[in-house]
Design a protein around this ligand. Sequence first.
Ligand SMILES: *Cc1c(COP(=O)(O)O)cnc(C)c1O
Length: 390
Amino acid sequence: MSHLMNTYGRQPVAFTHGKGCHLTDTEGKTYLDVLSGIAVNTLGHAHPAFVAALAEQAGRLLHVSNVYRLPQQEALSDALAERSGLSEVFFCNSGCEANEAAIKLARFYGHKQGIDNPAMIVMENAFHGRTLATLSATGNRKVQAGFEPLVPGFLRTPYGDLEAIRQVVQHHANVTAVMLEVLQGEGGIHMAAPEYLRGVRQLCDERGLLLICDEVQCGMGRTGKWFAYQHAGILPDVVTLAKGLGSGVPVGACLAGGRAAGLFCPGNHGSTFGGNPLATTAALKTIELIESEGLVANAERTGAQIRRELAAAFAEVSGVVDVRGQGLMLGIEIDRPCGALVGRALEIGLLINVTHDTVIRLLPALIFGEAEVRELTEKLVPLVKNFLQE
Ligand SMILES: *Cc1c(COP(=O)(O)O)cnc(C)c1O
């Protein structure tokens, strides 16, 4: 027994080291990692150039306060602005913090217009984090239960239903923003249709609302574009990032542009650790290596290959409802709860995840290649077929 607070259902395994897309446990057994710490290890494990950059930075400077200028933070804000199309960035340490910053921006934006009870529209099935404001924005009762009273100011519509947003906006003059995941992750791998996103963008423009895209899971090249909203050809006002941004070093970001730019002044928001030299070096190096190794294109190509191969393998399998997703953010929906698959996959050296009870979720590192695809299909396909035959 340890003294850990009981917040996770953990698998009975501990890893000592990793290399590329593989991890090794304390018994010396190796595993194919198709979870990447839940979309975090963008570059896989122990990427030599990444490790060298971190070691070098750690030997020079880990942390100085945000009361000073931080050159790596400035360089990273330039790199993110250039790739996202937004103009300014606030750095924090996690996804929920990035969303907290976005929610504060939306409220601040409302107050500036004389709305003293600003509200925002959020989606059914959404996941935005576990702080009080972000769990209130989350569309999953299991995340909220027992933590009431919830933070007020969130109005919910079905994901993908533009008319529902229009109705809410018509009946609530205090709405100042719409927040959504372009590809819902925890909610079971559901991608918003491009026409829906373009419609939401247009409605937000007509009404002067902020469009906030939570790309904490789907951003940073994972879907085959730098940011998932780019598949629809839209530009949000606010974008939040975290998971894959630092390849395993905790770092989050809230990007703003358009009518969301220039709102905060000194004193409105802050973070002690946010964007420190180690974290921003990790993110800068992640972006540099994603680019030099062509990993956004690899996410697109390899993701399409996995989807094609799994769709073919499961075509005649009656218990498999759907194989879906974009790039290296994939889901296989099963017709029954399949959480037990996680432990069985572990036994055969495969690390996967099940979300929303019935969806096997695959979030491999962006370096996932041919050999890994073969190992994945050879292990996963019989595993799922056997499970469905019981
Ligand atoms: C994981 C996740 C978050 C929360 O990120 P944390 O770093 O765990 O706080 C928020 N939004 C989305 C879409 C996520 O997938």
